[in-house]
Design a binder for this molecule. Structure first.
Ligand SMILES: Nc1ncnc2c1ncn2[C@@H]1O[C@H](COP(=O)(O)OP(=O)(O)OP(=O)(O)O)[C@@H](O)[C@H]1O
Length: 235
């Protein structure tokens, strides 16, 4: 077991936003958290990364509780996070954006190895090394933000909305990047609101609706379940 959420409850502004969420991600898996806008995907990620306190429940990484820990400690344990909206540092070059995590988190590998692995996922980024973060398209910013999280050398990457707002032309590049990340032996938890963007190579998916997990299974099992399809196609 790598990551496990056990009966996680979160209250925001007096409202229960996550309700008894339980889920698990095994090493090297691609698991999708699917739900409409406002269903609770980003809150789930923020809770895992220590930005959002829980009302009750536990979040465990390799069987030890991480809820209540500071975000930088959670990152040190091997979790990486690419938030929705690709917050690339506009004043830094692509090269510096991607090198940054190697200065802030130590891992067993050299900085150069980690940077090389990040560029191996999106080789196109090598063309923009010296370009500023502000001079990139939405798709390029998304690639930089994913590459930057990879330079942390995480065992599990939390990727919030990898495809949202991107032009259809760039979607295959991001999808191929996801496959490369998995080939590097990393696990990925991907939040997605659009059923049509779900990677066919996902191992499992969870469907979240109004803060509750309403389905767990494979893509094929979801497709065979009319009630689940109604929720996620309406997403
Ligand atoms: N700081 C906050 N205070 C109060 N309510 C909040 C806060 N942040 C989020 N919410 C509410 O919590 C619910 C879940 O939001 P969340 O951002 O987790 O959803 P999401 O599934 O990630 O959606 P999206 O894809 O639109 O980001 C929504 O109803 C949202 O309005």
């Amino acid at each position: 077991m790598s990551l496990a959420l056990e009966n996680v409850n979160v209250i925001l502004a007096g409202n229960p936003v996550l309700r008894d969420i339980s889920m698990h991600i095994e090493p090297g898996e691609l698991v999708c958290l699917v739900g409409r806008n406002g269903a609770g995907k980003s809150t789930t990620f923020r809770s895992i990364m220590g930005f959002q306190p829980l009302k009750s429940g536990a979040i465990k990484w390799k069987r030890s509780a991480i809820n209540g820990m500071q975000t930088h400690k959670i990152v040190e344990l091997g979790l990486g996070y690419t938030p929705e909206g690709s917050d690339v540092f506009g004043d830094l070059t692509v090269e510096d954006n991607i090198a940054l995590p190697t200065w802030t988190r130590k891992s067993g590998r050299s900085a150069q190895e980690r940077i090389d692995e990040a560029y191996a996922v999106f080789p196109k980024l090598k063309q923009y090394l010296h370009r500023g973060g502000q001079q990139l398209s939405g798709g390029e910013r998304k690639m930089v933000s994913i590459a930057r999280a990879l330079a942390l050398d995480p065992e599990l990457l939390l990727l919030d909305e990898a495809f949202e707002g991107l032009s259809p032309a760039i979607i295959p590049t991001i999808s191929e990047g996801l496959q490369s990340i998995l080939k590097q032996g990393r696990g990925v938890l991907l939040a997605e609101s659009n059923f049509y963007h779900l990677p066919p190579f996902a191992d499992r998916l969870y469907v979240i609706e109004r803060g509750e997990i309403v389905f767990e299974g494979t893509l094929a099992q979801a497709e065979a379940d009319a009630a689940t399809m109604k929720i996620i196609k309406g997403a």
